[in-house]
Design a protein around this ligand. Structure first.
Ligand code: CU
Length: 184
C-alpha cells in the first residue's frame, strides 16, 4: 500500500510542478532521460511483503529470464527458498521496451492502472528493472518472506496482455516449523 501511495504522490508532485511551469501534461515524466539507466546513489532498502533489496555481491543464485513482444516471460514460474538473494538477469528479446517488476497481485494491479493513466510515469525501485530492446537488465532481491508473489511488465498494455509471472518463496525449516520443508 505504502509504495502506491508513494507513487501517487510522485505523480501528483510531477503534475503539480508541470501545472506551475505551464508544461503540457504529456511532457511531464523524464524528457530525454534514459529509462534504462539506474539512478546513482544508495539502494533504497525498504521491507516489502515480497522481500527487500539485495546486495549484488550477496546473490547466491542467478535466474535468467527472457521477455518478448508476445508479452511473455520465460520462465514465468520461479521457485525460491526463503532467505535467498537472487540476481535476475533479464533479457529483452523483443523490439519494444519491457520491464520486470516484482510485487504482489494487489500492488501490481494498482501500479499497472497508474501506468495506463500515465504511460510516461517515471518509476524506478530496487524491485524492478526496465530493459531496452536487445539489452539485459539486472535486479538483485532478497526473498526474506515466504509466500506466493507475482512479477510483471507494467508498461501500459503489457500487464493487461498477460505479461506476468509467478514467484513462489518456500519457507525454510528455520522460519516455518510446520514440516512444510519435508519435500525431499
Ligand atoms: Cu512488456
Amino acid at each position: 500500500m505504502y509504495a502506491i501511495v508513494d507513487l501517487q504522490m510522485k505523480v501528483l508532485i510531477a503534475l503539480l510542478a508541470a501545472a506551475l511551469m505551464g508544461v503540457p501534461q504529456g511532457a511531464v515524466a523524464h524528457e530525454g532521460e534514459d529509462h534504462s539507466k539506474k539512478k546513482a546513489g544508495p539502494v533504497k532498502k525498504e521491507q516489502k511483503a515480497w522481500g527487500i533489496a539485495g546486495e549484488a555481491g550477496a546473490a547466491e543464485r542467478s535466474v535468467e529470464l527472457v521477455m518478448t513482444d508476445s508479452m511473455r516471460f520465460t520462465p514465468d514460474k520461479i521457485e525460491i527458498r526463503q532467505g535467498e538473494t537472487v540476481k535476475f538477469v533479464v533479457k529483452n528479446g523483443g523490439k519494444m521496451m519491457h520491464e520486470m517488476v516484482i510485487g504482489n497481485k494487489k500492488e501490481l494491479d494498482e501500479h499497472a492502472a497508474l501506468m495506463m493513466k500515465f504511460p510516461a510515469m517515471e518509476h524506478d525501485e530496487p524491485y524492478m528493472t526496465h530493459v531496452a530492446p536487445g539489452e539485459v537488465g539486472e535486479l538483485v532481491w532478497t526473498f526474506n518472506r515466504s509466500g506466493d508473489f507475482d512479477f510483471a511488465c507494467l508498461i501500459a498494455g503489457h500487464y493487461q496482455a498477460g505479461m506476468v509471472g509467478k514467484i513462489k518463496v518456500v519457507a525454510t525449516e528455520k522460519s516455518d516449523g510446520h514440516g512444510k520443508a519435508h519435500k525431499h
